[in-house]
Design a protein around this ligand. Structure first.
Ligand SMILES: *[C@@H]1O[C@H](CO)[C@@H](O)[C@H](O)[C@H]1NC(C)=O
Length: 212
């Protein structure tokens, strides 16, 4: 009897080791205890109304408008813009950066990122949890990886427009943009918290906040 029990435990072991909750797909999800649990982020469109068009997305063909304070634009190809990615655990973005433009320091809380430079010359860098900065200037065809959750940026250091295509192991990787998270939250983080964080005067906090 004991031997049989151990055999069952042994056979189930690979499944038991995978029994943890799936990674989150959203920042939060207040449970609706009256509905049925689902593995999908969104309920599914009926199969009878699915067409070929559902599985193709033109969104990344179009150049992003970089006329903004950072001179860069992310065009997302995630589950919200390309619904066929629902439940499939991956997505891609297009990043356009004007000469001297910057995709400012940010993290993707739910995903590792890989990318390839399509055109231009780009400085890609990230900082580890051990506070080590790794970076390299990349040209077309070169690829990079940003481990999940680490703060990183892309800066156009060439004379022409830059385009990067990025890929994520999440259908909705999420983004925390460091400057806007700290200085443009609604409602805002108390001034004294930011002044103390950066060891600066509140007037400097106001000056930074006024830029956003
Ligand atoms: C790009 O964005 C700027 C600022 O929002 C806007 O004035 C301009 O018309 C846009 N250009 C195009 C081609 O959409």
């Amino acid at each position: 009897m004991a031997a049989l029990l151990w055999m069952v435990v042994f056979l189930l072991a690979p499944f038991l080791s995978n029994a943890a909750d799936p990674d989150p797909l959203l920042d939060f999800c207040i449970a609706d205890l009256n509905s049925s649990p689902t593995f999908a982020n969104f309920p599914c469109k009926p199969t009878s109304s699915v067409t070929s068009e559902d599985f193709f997305f033109d969104g990344l063909m179009k150049e992003g408008n970089t006329s903004n304070m950072f001179g860069s634009k992310v065009t997302p190809g995630n589950v919200l813009t390309f619904p066929a990615l629902n439940m499939l655990g991956l997505s891609m973005n297009r990043l356009d950066i004007a000469p001297n433009g910057l995709n400012p320091p940010h993290t993707h809380p739910r995903s590792t990122e890989s990318g390839v430079v399509i055109s231009g010359k780009v400085l890609v860098g990230f900082v580890t949890t051990g506070n080590v900065f790794y970076s390299k200037v990349l040209v077309p065809g070169q690829m990079f990886v940003i481990p999940r959750g680490l703060v990183h940026f892309e800066k156009n250091v060439g004379d022409n427009k830059a385009v990067i295509i990025t890929a994520f192991n999440s259908q909705n990787p999420g983004v925390v943009v460091v400057p806007t998270t700290l200085f443009d939250a609604q409602p805002s983080i108390p001034d004294d918290v930011l002044a103390q964080t950066f060891q600066i005067d509140s007037s400097v906090v106001h000056e930074i906040e006024s830029k956003f």
